[in-house]
Design a protein around this ligand. Structure first.
Ligand code: BG6
Length: 478
């Protein structure tokens, strides 16, 4: 299969997030953050969606992120493996609580800053470009407990201080930045996305959109600071993407698909076009929502738009207005969807739709006309180690091959894509379930759902495959 389409400086690589790999949750002055309160099992969903109001780990629950894959102590070994695959970029996130343990201090924690200096130096040593997300499902617990997290305007200031600290410290090391990971997740998993918990009887939607406004202003301020401090840097937004299809050609279903997509575009419309979209007025009016804004917000949003559109793509979704059809739903990356009879699903029920990747990329580019950066894509699957110590993950290769081929088609369609960092190049803790057995990696990590294992790293078959893909700049997908 020959593509011959990827630009020569295309950023091939992988993406990880501090909270899912680092572990060392309580080391060198780190404060507790959102993920430190997310157990595995039954309770995880209730915590993620803000239904449980506890600011300490609950006794008797297992918290997989506390050790995760101990990237904190293994990063040199892991980066050497990424370099062996030929990575041009690694997307990482900074743990807010390592830099400002409580979130509202005036001075940062030097030990936390030093850790990321070491991490970035190691990447640069191997010729790997760091791509840094400032907040990936990450708010210090103290800010949640004391201020109510992003429902409170004060978070804008704390975030600005945090982001500015990072830009100032790493200005010579990091050129690619992103503000909030999957910013639209705030509407679907409000605790995970924004540290929101709700009291009985509160108007959740009101709080969510107010928090969204605060994040959007904070994002614009970070863009402003980034451009001032690092003029040659690029800073983007990050959307959990995946277009909605109407279940039928009935106009009700078609309209519903437009509305569902707009729930996500809402955020990027502000971050990229610099103003609230016209349909937002209708959403606010229909749901009787009033968003408090300061008078300088409009100017800020307008003047500090993002340079590129980062997005994750795992699945497309289907919507219907027929109550009977709606009984038959599945979920992919936390979004509910009507079953799509034309597509296969992963072991976790996420639909597999490579062409949907091309469709989604085209729609995003048509809408924003800015470079796209695919910062997550991949297959979560159970892997088996053979007695010979091999991991033959052909299903993962098949998934990635088809998606990369469709990305090439999107480029041929005229879509500008600057890079592709597949999700979890090394096995890590699943965000939605907290499991270890939901593996995405080219590199296997010996650890199970109960936290047992040696943490030994092993190359899977896909490791060798991805190495060839990168070496051929996407021409050889065999
Ligand atoms: C995205 C997140 O939602 O999807 C990641 O940005 C997450 O943090 C990834 O891990 C895959 O989801 P999951 O639930 O399989 O880990």
């Amino acid at each position: 299969m020959s593509n011959l389409v990827f630009p020569k400086d295309f950023l091939w690589g992988g993406a990880i997030a501090a909270n899912q790999v680092e572990g060392a949750s309580f080391k060198v002055g780190k404060g507790l953050t959102i993920v430190d309160l997310l157990p595995t099992g039954q309770k995880r969903w209730e915590v993620m969606t803000g239904q449980i109001n506890s600011f300490q780990p609950i006794e008797g629950e297992y918290y997989p992120s506390h050790e995760a894959i101990d990237f904190y102590h293994h990063f040199k070994e892991d980066i050497a493996l990424f370099a062996e695959m030929g990575f041009k970029a690694l997307r990482v996130s900074v743990a807010w609580g390592r830099i400002f343990p409580n979130g509202d201090e005036e001075q940062p924690n030097e030990a936390g800053l030093q850790f990321y200096d070491d991490l970035f130096d190691e990447l640069i040593k191997h010729g790997i470009e760091p791509v840094v997300t400032i907040a990936h499902f990450d708010v210090p617990v103290h800010l949640i407990e004391t201020y109510g997290s992003w429902r409170n305007r004060k978070l804008v200031h704390f975030f600005e201080t945090y982001a500015t600290t990072l830009f100032t410290r790493y200005k010579d090391k990091v050129k690619y930045w992103m503000t909030f990971n999957e910013i639209n997740m705030l509407l679907h998993a409000p605790f995970l996305g924004a540290g929101l918990v709700f009291k009985e009887g509160e108007n959740k939607q009101q709080i969510q959109y107010q928090a969204a406004h605060h994040q959007l202003v904070a994002s614009a301020l970070a863009v402003k600071a980034c451009h001032e401090i690092i003029p040659n840097a690029k800073i983007g937004c990050m959307l959990a993407a995946g277009s909605f299809y109407p279940n039928t050609c009935h106009s009700n279903d078609v309209l519903s698909a437009i509305e569902k997509d707009r729930e996500s575009y809402f955020f990027i419309d502000v971050q990229s076009r610099g103003q609230y979209p016209s349909y937002a007025k209708r959403i606010f009016k229909d749901h009787d929502l009033t968003i408090e804004m300061e008078k300088e917000d409009e100017e800020l949003l307008k003047n500090h738009t993002v340079d590129y559109i980062g997005f994750s793509y795992y699945a497309t979704r289907v919507t219907s207005t027929d109550p009977e059809v709606l009984k038959n739903t599945t979920s992919g990356n936390i979004f509910d969807s009507v079953e799509n009879p034309y597509l296969e699903k992963s072991e976790w029920g996420w639909t597999i739709d490579p062409k949907g990747f091309r469709i989604t990329a085209n729609q995003l580019y048509d809408r924003y006309q800015k470079p796209l950066f695919v910062v997550e894509n991949g297959l979560g699957a159970v892997d088996k180690v053979t007695p010979e110590g091999e991991i033959n993950d052909d299903y993962r290769i098949d998934y990635l091959r088809k998606h990369i081929a469709e990305m090439a088609e999107a480029i041929k369609d005229g879509v500008e894509i600057i890079g592709y960092t597949s999700w979890g190049p090394i096995d890590l803790v699943s965000a939605s379930t907290g499991e270890m057995k939901k593996r995405y990696g080219y590199i296997y990590v010996d650890k199970d759902n109960e936290g047992e294992g040696s943490l030994k790293r092993m190359k899977k078959k896909s490791f060798h495959w991805y190495k060839k893909v990168i070496a051929s700049n996407g021409e050889n997908l065999d």
